[in-house]
Each structure stands twice: as structure tokens, then as C-alpha cells.
Design a protein around this ligand. Structure first.
Ligand code: TTP
Ligand code: MG
Length: 242
């Protein structure tokens, strides 16, 4: 999130937990002239007084969901602004956004009953105000789409200790939320409906497969070019440079 006066164009990489967003962005960073903003998950793991908020959240979700979602929002804003202030590019590509916080995670917490109706109502009230007044509309979403089973497999492989308790069922719920939001455009703010979405099918491994990754990079480059310059898709240059 950047203040509305920002000149930066921003694209958000979305997708389930373990989809491979960080890995994807590390590889994108090698090919495209854009500033990459990673999600501040390390900040969620080390907060004040030596406490780990991500761990608290998974161990007692009902107690910590609202706190976690509030802190996730504010740290995302802080990280993006900090990066924007030193950016040499006119373009940012971010790992996730305040929109997936809300339309996937916070909404899911409310539906699962780990966020109370009061907390959900407070969350939406300040969220709407901040979005309306301080958030620049994203130029596009890049949806790294995986099956819940593949996200689960990758999550197990990377073995982030706080996530030991995450079951496949939870990833399935979050997968459905991503689909409803990014593909179905269900229940989202009017201002987001026309934001273009690029779907990258990502069940197939891309980390050590340069052909696969090159194809993804080319798609992302074309998407950014078409979206920011308003060109018809077929006229975009099919190369990895912008
Ligand atoms: P993700 O934002 O999905 O990031 P990731 O690094 O797990 O994904 P990838 O492998 O694709 O890079 O989630 C980070 C952790 O934070 C994960 O345990 C889920 C949790 N989380 C929430 O509980 N609520 C939220 O709103 C967000 C954004 C994350
Ligand atoms: Mg990540």
C-alpha cells in the first residue's frame, strides 16, 4: 500500500499459503526491472518482547486473529512505504496485499468463528476508510494458482515451524477464498472489480526449471506492459524486458 499521491505502479502476487510466492518473486527479481516487496512475515515471527505473533495466532487463533490481522495490515503498509521511499523503479511487485488479508484470511477467520462479529465489523470499518483515503489502487493481481494439495506439499517441505498445525482442510478453505475473490469477484469492493488478474498455473514446479520460469516471466512482463500502457494484449513485446 502506498499513499495515493505515489507515482508507483503496483502489482500484487497472490496465492495460497505455500503456493510459492516468495520463490516466484525471487526469480522474477532476477529478470524484471521492478522493486520487489516481500511480505514482512519475519516481523510477524519476531514482535515486541520476544513474542512470536504468528505462533500465537496458530496456537490460539480465536484470541489472536484480530490482533494478527491488524498487525499484518500495518506492517504491510510500513514495508511498502519504506521500500517506495528508496525505489529507483516506477514499478513495485509485492508479495500479497491488504486485499488478500481481508478477502481471504480475515473473512475466513470471521466465517470460522475465530474473529467475532464485533471484531469483523471493526476490522471492516477501519479497512474501508484506509483503503478509500490512503491506498492507491493496484494496477493488477498476479494469481499464482495452485491446488490446495500442492500448497500443502510445499508448506510441509519448507517446514516453517509455526505452520506445523496447518491442515489441508484449512488450505482448501483459503484456496476457495482466493478463487471466489480473484476469479469470481464475489463480494469485493466495486473499485477492485476492473483490476486485471493474470492467472499463473503453478502446480508444476518452477523453482529449478528455467523453461517453466521463463514462460512465467514472459507472461508477467507482457501483463505489466499491457496493463500499464493500456496496450491490447497482442501488441505487447514478448520478452522478459519491460
Ligand atoms: P502467506 O502470506 O501465504 O505467505 P507464504 O510465505 O506462506 O507463502 P508462499 O510460500 O507462497 O511465499 O502466509 C504467511 C503466513 O501468515 C502463513 O502461515 C499464513 C499467515 N497469514 C495469516 O494467518 N493471515 C493473513 O492475513 C496472512 C496474510 C497470512
Ligand atoms: Mg512467502
Amino acid at each position: 500500500m502506498v499513499h495515493k499521491t505515489s507515482f508507483l505502479k503496483s502489482f500484487m502476487v497472490e496465492g495460497n499459503i505455500g503456493a510459492g510466492k516468495s520463490t516466484f518473486l525471487r526469480l522474477i527479481e532476477e529478470h524484471l526491472p521492478a522493486q520487489i516487496v516481500y511480505e514482512p512475515v519475519d516481523q510477524w515471527q519476531r514482535v515486541a518482547a520476544g513474542e512470536n505473533l504468528l505462533d500465537r495466532f496458530y496456537k490460539d487463533t480465536k484470541r489472536w486473529a484480530y490482533t494478527f490481522q491488524s498487525y499484518a495490515f500495518i506492517t504491510r503498509v510500513m514495508e511498502q512505504q519504506k521500500k517506495a521511499s528508496v525505489s529507483v523503479h516506477g514499478l513495485q511487485i509485492l508479495e500479497r496485499s491488504v486485499y488478500s488479508d481481508r478477502y481471504c484470511f480475515a473473512k475466513n477467520c470471521f466465517e470460522m468463528g475465530t474473529m467475532s462479529p464485533l471484531e469483523w465489523s471493526l476490522y471492516q470499518e477501519w479497512f474501508d476508510w484506509l483503503i478509500e483515503n490512503y491506498v492507491q489502487k493496484p494496477s493488477g493481481f498476479i494469481y499464482l494458482r495452485t491446488s490446495p494439495e500442492k500448497s500443502f506439499e510445499r508448506l510441509k517441505k519448507r517446514a516453517r515451524s509455526e505452520e506445523k498445525v496447518v491442515p489441508l482442510e484449512y488450505l482448501t478453505l483459503l484456496h476457495d477464498k482466493h478463487e471466489q475473490w480473484l476469479l469470481g469477484k464475489e463480494g469485493i469492493a466495486k473499485s477492485l472489480i476492473d483490476v486485471p488478474v493474470l492467472v499463473i498455473e503453478a502446480d508444476q514446479e518452477f523453482e529449478n526449471y528455467s523453461d517453466q520460469m521463463e514462460a512465467h516471466v514472459a507472461k508477467v512482463a507482457e501483463f505489466i506492459e499491457v496493463t500499464t500502457l493500456g496496450l491490447p494484449a497482442h501488441s505487447a513485446i514478448k520478452s522478459t524486458s519491460l
